[in-house]
Design a protein around this ligand. Sequence first.
Ligand code: ADP
Ligand code: MG
Length: 469
Amino acid sequence: RVRPLNSNEVSRTDNFSLEFPGEGQVTIETNGATRNFQFTGVFEPDATQEELFENCGITRLVDMALNGYACTALAFGQTGSGKTHTMTGPPHQFIDGNLTDQSMIGLIQRSFKYLYQQVKNSPENTVIRASYLEIYNEQVIDLLNPSHKRYLSVRWSKNKGFYVENLFSIECAAMDDLKAVLEEGMRNRTNGSHGLNENSSRSHSMLTVTIDSEAQDQDDENLYITKRGKLTFVDLAGNEKVRDTNSTGGTLSEANCINKSLLILGNCISHLGDSKRRQGHIPYRDSKLTKLLADSLGGNGVTLMIACVTPSSHNAGETLNTLRYASRAKKIKTKPVIKMDPREKLILSLKREVKVLRNENHYLRQQLEFPAKPKGQLQKENDEKFMTFMKEQERKDILYITESGLYEMLQEYMVENEALRTENSDHHSTKDRIRREQQGLYRENEKLMKRVEELERYIQVFFFALFGI
Ligand code: ADP
Ligand code: MG
């Protein structure tokens, strides 16, 4: 997304360094060289917040999250390029609480609205929860619980993957609850409980909405399928700091690392975007941010990355950097799968099996011209119709067998079988006899061989005594 030139850039009479040839292309001119990039979509400076929401694909991500997938929307770019504007709209709305121009609200609030609309129109039981955190200088801070002074730990478990321990998470029954989470977190982020002015441009914020839904099986009212989808909105720190770290060749020591997380994120993206290196080790564990984004980036989720840039020639170097980063990220391919815990998975597979068996049962009943069983009901002993039907069938079968001479036919088979069995047993005893005979012959052969060897030795001794050779 390319923001318009700001007043500062205009008064400095900066040139416009970008061109938009169409169909997702962006051309940038830096130091006399022109480079072309291809993206899924490009939002030019005059694109409104509404247009971005409608066309960036976020509604598809919300729908997927409702269906149990882990989806992430991520804003990336240098400080002042429009990440926060894109995600939430003007920050002052969260401080003074008034936003006169409602058309300025960002992707997050619009997604919330869409999410609750979809929930309202869906027959499923849905429980929405939210958490909001910030990663500053490799420390995780709970934005919903700022009075809690301790930094939170990132842990790993087999079922959950990476997660933040003791992170506050709140149930949001209505859209206003979710908006309150965003507002509270944004206020705490801007105020910065640790009192650092530059905090927001140097920190990453991550708002996670988990969506648990329980759906009734279409064919069976007694069957329920539960899924846990996730929708995460990430406003990343300004990436110009990363290049600063690189250019000074600084090591990644905690002291001089401006933003370790972002640097590692770049490494992970490079690995994941490279078809050869993708199979190898991806350094997710090297930073808190990449641990928490592991699933979004290379795992089972779907991620929308919005690269924010200024068109100003003054920042063309940074813009080129961002575009390169984004085009590398575009090469990443994930395999989205619905998230369920292993127990859930087993239950679901059993439910599917039951469904298949029910279909089979239904088919067989049709074949027998027996009335269909009501949906979701098990066969009961007191199903009178069924029992009389079975008795009737049994009687019919006996009649049928005797009437049609099947009984005689069966007897013939039995006699034939018996004959075959006797023949087989004869064969077996013949085989045994032959084997015994064979073994006798072997033994006799061995004896003869020994006799031959003995004779040879006698002849040798005889010749030696006679001729001395
Ligand atoms: P970042 O979060 O990337 O540091 P911001 O979102 O805070 O950047 O944007 C910096 C300034 O530019 C803000 O004053 C913001 O209102 C303005 N701005 C950013 N993008 C746009 C846009 N698309 N249209 C109008 N103003 C924008
Ligand atoms: Mg910002």
